[in-house]
Design a protein around this ligand. Sequence first.
Ligand code: NAD
Length: 322
Amino acid sequence: MNNEYEKLKELLNKYSYEYYVLDEPSVTDYEYDMLLRKLIKMEEENPAIIAPDSPSQKVGGKILKGFESVVHAVKMQSLQDAFSEDEIRDFDKRVKAVCPNAEYTVEPKIDGLSVSLEYENSLLVRGSTRGDGQVGEDVTNNLKTVKSIPLKTNIPVERLEVRGEVFMPKKSFEKLNFEREENGETTFANPRNAAAGSLRQLDSSAAAKRNLDIFVFNVQSVTGIEFKTHLESLEFLKKAGFKVIDDTEAFSSIDGALEKIAEIGNTRKGYYYDTDGAVIKVNSLSDREILGETAKVPRWAIAFKYPAEQKETTIKNIFINV
Ligand code: NAD
């Protein structure tokens, strides 16, 4: 058992290194997630074996040499994942036990990398990667080359920190890989890795050529403005000049949220960016406070991951396929 655990842990750490540090994954995310689940199950059955370097104990990637470190004022957490309708219904039960009137929003989960943008007196002063959630890399110069990131907010703010997902549009990814192949360079495995590799270019003129884009999905902190709900904060972000996912709505029941997840699943292949799931979030910010968080993930959100190779999906069978 311990030997099997050790081997699995080492394998997952190797995959993590390839994914987060080299931006060259050798297995699909789905394979990785399933192996991680197996490891976590072993740890739950026998907590004494949990190793300090187990992938279950950390969030995200390592810091590369060449960039300054940034300590995040607001921790950049990951999300709990779900692969079936049952797991989402369990999440709903846990939420409703504490907040019986909770409403949910559903957004596509953008398959990119998470960044924080900090504004002072309405000006962008710093941008950083998530890193391990507590400490990331200062990639301000590269983020300034992303055209959809405002250098100045349209609404005056003294201090503002937002979180978003930087991604490479599918078309730009295809073009980049085509050019790299022509030049005899190694190609990127997917748009997420291409975006991560581009943000970590030490020369920002190289990053500028990569045509990165962003969706901003959260206000981490802001002075002088209060929101009651996630939807209100998204509206603020939009007015302030950020690119946000349009038409996010609130659902009073988990059934509405499940339908929305299925709808995104049916249409996402046509989006100009990659999605690997849909994120359900509790809409009320006071409910979120009550629900709180674990060391790694908030208790008020969950990410449903679509099956890796899903060819034809309909609203009816999307959850049966999982
Ligand atoms: P995650 O990707 O499962 O989910 C959390 C992330 O979702 C957040 O950090 C945020 O950046 C992002 N996100 C996108 N859209 C969002 C939205 N609308 N609202 C909120 N958040 C949104 O978790 P993770 O910890 O970032 O990374 C784990 C992922 O990395 C897994 O999918 C795993 O498969 C993959 N991975 C793959 C390999 C491999 O070898 N293939 C290795 C390690 C990790």
